[in-house]
Design a protein around this ligand. Structure first.
Ligand SMILES: Cc1cc2nc3c(=O)[nH]c(=O)nc-3n(C[C@H](O)[C@H](O)[C@H](O)COP(=O)(O)OP(=O)(O)OC[C@H]3O[C@@H](n4cnc5c(N)ncnc54)[C@H](O)[C@@H]3O)c2cc1C
Length: 375
């Protein structure tokens, strides 16, 4: 019998399948869409990995995940991470910047505080407003998202996991001392399951009587041509502009591919959608706002080259849900998005296998338990 059924082949499910198979567990991962699909939250060329968090708990998790990404890059020879350094900037004294600096200081993360003048001098790409400050952290970088997911799945398969694409799991429920779900009309039994179904989590949990308090939004990114200014990874770090009002964060990526443009995004500004709304149409009004801000903030910005959409699965407090379903100890659920889950995947994979197989883990999951959201 299968030891672990993993539902969902995004970055969280893929990392879970690798962690399980590497421990010698008989593992089956089912993914409803074909390899490389763009309907979920894990597709695209890039994601930020950073230690600049306002919560030491997340810093501990990122450090562990960062080591695991580097080990995976080393063992497979696939380029998964590009170090660029990371910059967080905004109005001096902004609470989110202060909290980030305090958390990094308490966690012993090396960083430099830059005055407005130092910001403009060190990063000539930027046009900071008067009275801004920055936090520079050298270890941040870009995760090559599509390659990360493909490599996790390939390594899981190399360790013996069965990876089934185009296989949608339905009617998951406890079954005897294990679990079962219907996949392609067949009942698939396993000793335990990890649900890593992203925005479809409640669709998958429908048969268990448990629903997670998540909201799904369609977010978008724009790629802009740049001329006459150096935005290469060696010169332009992954950058987050903090604001006092929504969008609280605007993220900016270096130009990873010559001529490919820089990637920009206004965080958490997308419309709420239903999980089955697969239309990925960008929102022109949102892009116009992004373009207007980028023109004000950045030198050498040319036209929008193209835009992409992707979805966030938001919890009410933007923290993850990493827990066993109440009263169903053989079903573990990972809702690890809220717009910032990708970087943690290798560590979350280990945590989910711990939970599903032993109901415990050495990691502190208190902030991620489901019942914290009980009304
Ligand atoms: C625009 C954007 C920018 C982001 N930037 C960053 C960043 O810079 N840094 C960062 O760390 N994070 C970032 N994130 C967040 C990060 O990408 C997500 O947290 C992460 O990808 C979530 O992965 P997942 O595996 O949980 O979900 P998904 O990737 O959505 O995977 C869930 C999978 O489950 C499958 N599935 C669903 N139902 C079923 C079923 N019934 N049967 C079988 N399979 C099923 C789906 O097809 C899907 O492939 C960003 C997200 C977006 C959208």
């Amino acid at each position: 019998m299968t030891d672990l059924l993993v539902i969902g082949g995004g970055v969280t499910g893929a990392a879970t399948a690798l962690a399980a198979a590497a421990r010698g567990l008989r593992t089956v991962l089912v993914e409803r869409f074909p390899p490389g699909h763009r309907y979920g939250s894990s597709a695209g060329p890039s994601r930020i990995i950073r230690l600049a968090y306002d919560d030491p708990g997340y810093i501990t998790l990122v450090r562990d995940a960062d080591r695991r990404w580097r080990d995976l890059q080393q063992s497979t020879g696939v380029r998964l991470v590009t170090r660029t350094g990371g910059l967080d900037f905004g109005p001096a004294g902004l609470p989110s910047l202060r909290a980030t600096a305090a958390a990094m200081a308490s966690a012993g993360v090396p960083f430099t505080t830059l005055t407005g003048a130092e910001l403009a001098e060190r990063f000539p790409q930027l046009r900071p407003d008067p009275g801004m400050e920055g936090l520079y952290q050298p270890d941040a970088g870009v995760l090559h998202a599509d390659d990360c997911v493909a490599t996790l799945l390939a390594e899981a398969a190399r360790h013996g996991a069965v990876i089934r694409h185009g296989a949608r799991a339905r009617d998951l429920r406890p079954d005897g001392d294990g679990v079962s779900a219907t996949v392609d009309g067949q009942r698939l039994r396993a000793a335990a399951a990890v649900v890593a179904a992203g925005s479809w989590v409640n669709d998958v949990l429908g048969g268990t009587g448990v629903a997670l308090p998540v909201t799904v939004t369609r977010e978008q990114v724009g790629y802009y041509e740049v001329t006459g200014v150096d935005y290469t990874p060696a010169r332009f770090p992954v950058t987050i502009e903090h604001q006092a009002a929504r969008p609280y964060m605007i993220s900016m990526f270096p130009e990873l591919v010559p001529g490919g443009g820089i990637k920009l995004m206004r965080d958490k500004t997308g419309p709420e959608i239903t999980p089955e709304d697969l239309s990925g149409e960008p929102d022109q009004a949102g892009l116009d706002l992004l373009t207007a801000h980028a023109r004000r903030r950045l030198h050498g910005l040319g036209p929008l080259l193209h835009a992409e959409t992707c979805r966030y699965t938001m919890t009410p407090d933007a923290d993850f849900i990493l827990d066993l379903l109440p009263g169903r100890p053989r079903i573990a659920v990972a809702s690890a998005c809220s717009g910032h889950g990708f970087k943690f995947a290798p560590t979350l994979g280990e945590i989910m296998v711990d939970l599903a197989t032993t109901a415990t883990t050495p990691h502190n999951l208190h902030p991620f338990r489901l019942d914290r959201l009980d009304r």
